[in-house]
Design a protein around this ligand. Structure first.
Ligand code: 13P
Ligand code: SF4
Length: 316
C-alpha cells in the first residue's frame, strides 16, 4: 500500500493517525475534493467527510456540489448516482469492491422480462440499483421519498424494483396496485420480530425506529419506518430519551454524537452491512493517492438514468 512506507518512518506515539489525517488534508487540497459519506460509514470516515447523509441527501448534494473530485464513501450504486447527476466532477468510490447485494439482485435482462410481463405498469426503481437498471426505469425513489414518488405517478399500476420490503411498506401507505420484484437487503432482513418484541419488553418507554428495508412484521412493531437521516431527525426532535434502532449500526455514531443526553440501542447485533464497513480512513487516502475506482458510465445510459433520477428529485 502506497502510504505504508511513509507511516513506518514516523516514530512518535499516536503519530500514525495524525499523519493519516495530515496526508488526507494534503490530498484533499491537491484533488480539490469534496468527501461525502453515507450514515452507515465507520465513525473515522464520517468524521473526515464534508457531508454525511442518507441516499437522497447525498444524491442532492452531489448533484449541486462544485468540486473537481467527489470521493464517495458508501457503496457503488450511490457513487454511480453521484456520477450520473454530476458529470463534471470525477467521482471516486472510496473502496473498490463496496457494492450493494440488493442492487445486484436485478439486472437489465431481468427487468426487461418483468416489463414484458407487466407492460402497463410504471417502473419505480429504488436507488439501490445499477445505472443500467435505472436507465430502463421510469422514475427512481429512496427510502426517504418512496411514498411521495409512488403517489406522484399518474398510473395505478406500479412495478416496484428491487426491494420487496420497501415496496410492501409503500403499498400499505398508498392506493396503488404494486407488483413487487423479490429483492431484499441481506442485512436488514436479519432483524426479526422476536428481537423487536424482546427489546420492547426490556425498554417499554423507548421509541422504535426502523428502516423500511426491514421485514413487514418488524415494521408493524415499530413507531416509524424511516430513512437513515429521517431516523436521526426524528430522534433529535422526539421528547423520548431512549430509542431502539432497526438499521445498520453505523447510524449510531451520528445518533449518539448529535444527542448526547439520549440513549440508543441497536435492535440486533447482526445489523452490519459488510460492504459499508469496507471503507476506512486508510482506504480513502489510498483511493485519493492512486486516483482509483473512478466511476464511469456510458453517456447513453447516464442520460437515461438521469431522467429517472431527475423525475425523483423534482417530486420533493
Ligand atoms: P437511506 O437512503 O435511508 O440512507 O438507506 C440506504 C440504504 O442502503 C439502506 O440500506
Ligand atoms: Fe445494500 Fe443493505 Fe448494505 Fe444498504 S444495508 S447498502 S441495502 S446491503
Amino acid at each position: 500500500m502506497v502510504i505504508q512506507s511513509k507511516v513506518a518512518v514516523i516514530e512518535r506515539p499516536g503519530a500514525e493517525l495524525i499523519w493519516l489525517q495530515e496526508r488526507f488534508l494534503e490530498l484533499k487540497q491537491e484533488l480539490k475534493a469534496v468527501i461525502v459519506a453515507h450514515n452507515y460509514q465507520r465513525p473515522e470516515v464520517q468524521d473526515i467527510a464534508d457531508f454525511v447523509g442518507d441516499s437522497l441527501e447525498l444524491a442532492r448534494r452531489c448533484a449541486e456540489v462544485k468540486a473537481e473530485t467527489i470521493v464517495f464513501c458508501g457503496v457503488h450504486f450511490m457513487a454511480e448516482t453521484a456520477a450520473i447527476l454530476n458529470p463534471t466532477s470525477t467521482v471516486l468510490l472510496a473502496h473498490p469492491t463496496a457494492g450493494c447485494p440488493m442492487a445486484d439482485m436485478i439486472d437489465v435482462d431481468a427487468l426487461r422480462e418483468w416489463k414484458e410481463k407487466y407492460p402497463r405498469a410504471t417502473v419505480v426503481a429504488y436507488v439501490n440499483t445499477t445505472a443500467a437498471v435505472k436507465a430502463e426505469s421510469d422514475i427512481c425513489c429512496t427510502s426517504a421519498n418512496g411514498i411521495k414518488v409512488v403517489e406522484s405517478v399518474p398510473n395505478d399500476k406500479i412495478l416496484f424494483i428491487p426491494d420487496k420490503h420497501l415496496g410492501h411498506y409503500i403499498s400499505t401507505r398508498t392506493n396503488k396496485k404494486m407488483i413487487l420484484y423479490p429483492g431484499y437487503c441481506i442485512t436488514h432482513v436479519r432483524l426479526t420480530a422476536e428481537q423487536v418484541k424482546l427489546a420492547k419488553q426490556h425498554y417499554p418507554q423507548a421509541k422504535v425506529f426502523v428502516h423500511p428495508e426491514c421485514q413487514e412484521e418488524v415494521i408493524e412493531l415499530a413507531d416509524a419506518a424511516l430513512s437513515t437521516s429521517q431516523i436521526i431527525r426524528y430522534a433529535k426532535e422526539s421528547p423520548a430519551t431512549t430509542f431502539l434502532i432497526g438499521t445498520e449500526e453505523g447510524i449510531l455514531h451520528r445518533l449518539r454524537k448529535e444527542n448526547p443526553g439520549k440513549t440508543f440501542y441497536l435492535l440486533s447485533n447482526s445489523l452490519i452491512c459488510p460492504n459499508m464497513k469496507k471503507t476506512r480512513l486508510e482506504t480513502v487516502i489510498e483511493t485519493m493517492e492512486l486516483k482509483r475506482n473512478r466511476i464511469t458510465i456510458p453517456e447513453e445510459i447516464r442520460l437515461k438514468a438521469k431522467q429517472a433520477l431527475d423525475l425523483m428529485l423534482a417530486v420533493v
